[in-house]
Design a binder for this molecule. Structure first.
Ligand code: ADP
Ligand code: MG
Length: 560
């Protein structure tokens, strides 16, 4: 038997893990299952490409078992590629992942004590030591005869010795410590596998003993006979639907998957399934719910997109996966290129993640536009639910503003339902210079505003902006296709009407203006003769350079 020392960085990492990761210790199972799945991937690949391993036939599988009672253990076994003597030394004696290494060396001594920092960072194989007083790995590499046993208590060194194993693969046995006793439990294991590893490509089997009570057979005291039945049951669905090709999936498959994974009992309005190959490889499957999530506008709303790395669930609590204004989208992003142990900090700066994110936004907006053009009925349903978040995008996502401008919809003084800016532009009168809109109330109030009269008379359509965020949004826009957007309840828009409808300032009218000014005093900024009124005698408007009434209310409510 050989005794070997861990490389210093491993000892350091182990110290860190053991002392600071407790809040998230359950991730050890995800890490071990994903290693098993990687090993199966590797052997599957070699069995197709490697001369020596070409003939090998194997049914890839992962097995989990446990023992209860005094000595609690948990065992994870696979029939994948396995490791030989040197692999074990290299992989489990040093820190294999260069990302982990870099992360570790970037931490200051102070930061290393901060459990939050490391808590967000998965740590692969070594996470087993969070819940174990001893870890044993028995592994036999495919194509080789000798197997090896690696053992360590995680305290500075490990031992290696020859042993036997029937088949290629690895068996990891955890001798659970006080922190780990809870995992020698059928329900606990099932729940963790469901949470993290449900979509792993290979079947994961759990073996357990089930007590069987036979009423018909009595023992000598007349009690029913109890027997233990050994059961092996698959506990993951291994049905990462998004990994299957679009051509073999039917709409019902998508709808079922959506309902099973989203707590929504209704079919989605539509879905978008994309596989990207090339420099960055990933799959996305997005669903747009038929009804907007009821709490979509709450501060503590959790967006419904989950991040997977090679089918292994990583997180759903990551606001960075899609921009906030697309928070109503549900579904999954599955990356081939991200590390499993990706922290929030890393996600936010990660090039792979930002590539996926940008492409996903483009894809979603493109699909919304396609539906707007090809399926107006569906688009109306869509916009009734999601107009508001899309408008938020107009001031949040500058890069996609042009696309968003085509997607948002408004009410109109001359049309039923919702209109787009593009259709407004088409309907514009020949002499019309700008896009007109009015804000500051409900649709019905706006529709009966006396301010509309002059525009109606000239055949100018006015957009009725009745949404409380319209002011902020449209105010920040300025133009649509070089047409300026003008609020008719502000003083500037009237300039467009003036030449056509000149009102001479007569002596009489000037004296009236003077009297009104005196009567109102500093309650108003100015009183002027208007060309915008047709049947109404007077109207209150906001100065072009001042915030609108609604904006003033918003500012006031914020204490400004
Ligand atoms: P990572 O999976 O990110 O490389 P880990 O710490 O989880 O880091 O594992 C370290 C290495 O140990 C793996 O890269 C792999 O080479 C090896 N390994 C771990 N578990 C297994 C296993 N079940 N079968 C074969 N190799 C394994
Ligand atoms: Mg790993």
């Amino acid at each position: 038997m050989e005794q070997k020392k861990f490389k210093t960085e491993v000892s350091e990492l182990l110290q860190l893990i053991i002392h600071s990761l407790y809040s998230n210790k359950e991730i050890f199972l995800r890490e071990l299952v994903s290693n098993a799945s990687d090993a199966l991937d590797k052997l599957k690949y070699l069995s197709l490409t490697d001369e020596k391993l070409k003939g090998i036939s194997f049914e890839p599988r992962i097995d989990i078992s446990f023992t209860e009672g005094e000595k609690r253990t948990l065992t994870i076994s696979d029939n994948g590629l396995g490791m030989n003597h040197d692999d074990l030394t290299d992989n489990l004696g040093t820190i294999a992942s260069s990302g982990t290494k870099k992360f570790l060396s970037s931490l200051t001594e102070e930061q290393k004590k901060d459990s939050n920092l490391i808590g967000q960072f998965g740590v692969g194989f070594y996470s087993a030591f969070m819940v174990s007083s001893k870890v044993e790995v028995i592994s036999r590499k495919a194509g080789e005869e000798v197997a090896y046993k690696w053992t360590s208590t995680g305290k500075g060194s490990y031992t290696l010795e020859e042993t036997t194993r029937e088949e290629q693969g690895s068996t990891i046995t955890l001798y659970l410590n006080d922190e780990g006793t809870e995992y020698a439990n059928r329900w606990e294991i099932q729940q963790l596998v469901k949470k993290y590893s449900d979509h792993v490509a290979y079947p994961i089997f759990l073996s357990y003993d089930q007590e069987h009570v036979d009423d018909k057979q009595k023992d000598k005291d007349g009690n029913p006979v109890k027997t233990l039945e050994h059961k092996v049951e698959q506990i993951n669905s291994s049905s990462a639907l998004w990994r299957r090709s679009k051509s073999e999936l039917k709409p019902e498959d998508y709808n079922e998957f959506y309902k099973n994974t989203s707590y929504d009992s209704e079919d989605p309005l539509f879905y978008i399934h994309t596989r990207a190959e090339g420099a960055t490889e990933y799959t996305t499957l997005f669903f747009v719910p038929a009804k907007a999530p009821f709490d979509m506008n709450n501060a503590d709303y959790r967006p419904g997109v989950k991040l997977f790395v090679k089918r292994v669930y990583i997180t759903d609590d990551e606001k960075e996966l899609l921009p906030t204004y697309l928070r109503f989208v549900r579904g999954i992003i599955d990356s081939e290129d991200l590390p499993l142990n990706v922290s929030r900090e890393i996600l936010q700066q990660n090039r792979v993640m930002s590539t996926i994110r940008n492409a996903s936004v483009k894809k979603l907006l493109g699909e919304f536009q396609r539906i707007a053009e090809q399926n107006p009925e569906m688009y109306t349903k869509f916009i009734t639910q999601y107009n508001r978040p899309l408008k938020e995008g107009l001031y949040g996502d500058y890069a996609n503003r042009d696309a968003l401008l085509e997607l948002v919809r408004f009410k109109s003084s001359s049309q039923e339902g919702y209109v787009s800016l593009a259709s407004y532009k088409e309907r514009m009168a020949a002499d019309q210079k700008s896009i007109y809109y009015i804000t500051g109330g409900k649709e019905s109030t706006l529709k009966s505003s006396p301010l509309l009269d002059a525009y109606r008379k000239k055949g100018y359509e006015v957009l009725l902006m009745d949404d409380d965020i319209d002011d902020i949004v449209v105010g920040s826009l300025g133009t649509y296709k070089e047409l300026s957007l003008k609020a008719i309840n502000k003083s500037g828009a009237v300039d467009d009407l003036k030449e056509e409808n000149p009102k001479e300032a007569t002596k009489e009218s000037e004296s009236i203006v003077k009297k009104i000014k005196e009567a109102l005093g500093d309650k108003v900024k100015d009183v002027v003769i208007s060309s915008r009124l047709v049947d109404s005698p007077a109207v209150v408007v906001v100065d072009e350079n001042d915030p609108s009434v609604q904006m003033q209310q918003i500012l006031k409510s914020m204490g400004q």
